[in-house]
Design a protein around this ligand. Structure first.
Ligand SMILES: [Zn+2]
Length: 476
């Protein structure tokens, strides 16, 4: 039975969804004003894997991850670059989906964008104002934190602690420095929507509450995000949601630890970070995924060359095992009754592997423990094979399929990524073909044909059809 550490209670709890067999799961998505860095990638990879693990355990999962395509960071960056905020957001939203795909993260069931939910956000803010939780001051609307008696329950802070710790902001507009914005008025040159409070745009926190509740319902099972979002973002999400519905917004709040860069906090403002797409230029996606899963998701994780190299060799070890098994010819010697000690041991490991794997993973999604079971299986199978017992192919193939079955929710060891032309290769090919077309135009057929046949020898097929030249790569 799955247990999850719940930030709300500070304990590891048995996971029991509101509706048996079904999980409603929300995870905070990116603000698309830049490419995401390798620290931002951690929740994307880890919580997608948790979602896949829930499916592996037989749950039906509905998963939402938003895209914040309207935010002050986007407005500021767009102004710096001299483009419209919508244009900038669209560019980085596309890059976000591309990078997720390269990392092997499956698309969420719902991917709401803030700009498509403004109507629902206005409705939610109006309801809060009506109930006395929200108040308007000159086109801005704030949440009255003191009205919500449970405020602080997620982060474990009391309103009075917060009050004494808060910087005394000279913001005469707010009734209380702790109050936060639900709706902000927009200048004429900023994006805005007509609302009961004039032209404006949503505050950041309200977006997640509304997108989670609109796609998944008023009460959801799991809400996930980085540890740095607990306060104030998630605390505010609870306040806005529960103040409106009077129901518990979310049962299990889970948070991943942050990524450190060579031992220091990774952040854009400090400049010590790498974009996920840069890391993927040097390492394949399974190495990157393995790197995340080799440490428990709640612990801090150190991004270092050594850790990535270690991950790379671990991944290679498993692939070596898988391809060794593939190389065994089939047929003959499949009797399990005549197994040696090593064989019996391996068979036993294979048969108990799934239970042991789930037992580890059920301890608050303990991926290092789960990987340990997979590696143990590989080790036992290699031992069996090294002892000259490779005549029992049946058993090794069984070990291989067990390894792949257990690795599936982690998106590992299902087969190497298919070789395809990289961006540079593609550009070079296009250039070569352009030159070849020039040669043909000039009537130098001999050289043009020679280029084609030499490319073909490299496995690149060139076709001339209806005045157009196309190419494809065949690496078999
Ligand atoms: Zn959020």
């Amino acid at each position: 039975m799955l247990h999850l550490y719940n930030t709300l209670t500070g304990e590891q709890e048995k996971f029991e969804p509101l509706e048996e067999g079904k999980v409603r799961f929300y995870s905070c998505g990116p603000t698309v004003y830049d490419y995401f860095h390798i620290g931002n990638a951690r929740p994307f990879i880890v919580f997608d894997a948790l979602r896949q693990y829930l499916v592996f355990k037989g749950y039906e999962v509905e998963f939402t991850q938003n895209v914040t395509d309207l935010d002050d960071k986007i407005i500021d960056r767009a102004e710096e670059e001299g483009v419209e905020p919508e244009e900038l957001a669209e560019e980085y939203a596309e890059a976000y989906f591309e990078d997720l795909d390269k990392l092997g993260v499956k698309e969420a069931d719902y991917v709401p964008r803030v700009t498509e939910y403004v109507e629902q956000i206005i409705e939610h803010v109006s309801a809060l104002v009506e109930k006395g939780y929200g108040y308007e001051v000159k086109g801005d609307v704030y949440f009255r934190v003191r009205e919500f008696s449970d405020y602080g329950k997620l982060s474990g802070r009391s309103i009075d602690d917060l009050k004494s710790g808060a910087r005394v902001e000279v913001e005469a507009k707010k009734e209380d420095p702790l109050d936060f914005a639900l709706w902000k008025s927009s200048n004429p040159d900023e994006p805005g929507w007509e609302s009961p409070w004039g032209r404006g745009r949503p505050g950041w926190h309200i977006e997640c509450s509304v997108m989670a509740q609109t796609t998944l319902g008023e009460s959801i099972d799991i809400h996930a995000g980085g540890h740095d979002l607990i306060f104030p973002h998630h605390e505010n999400e609870i306040a806005q949601s529960e103040a409106r519905t009077g129901k518990q917004f979310c049962r299990y709040w889970i948070h991943n630890g942050l990524l450190e860069f060579e031992g220091e906090k990774m952040s854009k403002s400090l400049g010590n970070f790498e974009y996920a797409r840069e890391v993927l230029d040097d390492y394949d996606r399974e190495t990157v995924r393995y790197f995340y899963f080799s440490t428990h998701y709640r612990k801090p994780l150190n991004f270092s060359e050594k850790n990535l190299e270690d991950a790379k060799s671990a991944v290679n070890r498993v692939y070596e095992f898988l391809s060794n098994v593939d190389e065994l010819d089939t047929g003959g010697g499949d009797s399990e009754s005549s197994l040696s000690e090593y064989g019996k041991n391996l068979l036993d490991r294979i048969e108990t592997a799934r239970d042991r794997f789930e037992e580890e993973m059920d301890k608050d999604f303990n991926t290092p423990g789960g990987l340990g079971v997979i590696f143990d299986l590989v080790k036992q199978a290699n031992k069996f094979r090294d002892k000259g017992k490779s005549e029992n192919r049946h058993l090794l193939k069984k070990a291989k399929s067990k390894v792949q079955e257990l690795s599936e929710p982690l998106g590992l060891f299902q087969g190497r990524e298919e070789a395809s032309a990289s961006g540079l290769e593609e550009d070079l090919l296009e250039l070569l073909l352009e030159v070849r077309n020039e040669l043909r135009d000039q009537g130098d057929w001999e050289l043009a044909d020679r280029m084609r046949s030499e490319l073909e020898e490299m496995g690149i097929e060139v076709k001339d059809q209806e005045g157009e030249t196309t190419w494809s790569v065949d690496r078999n």
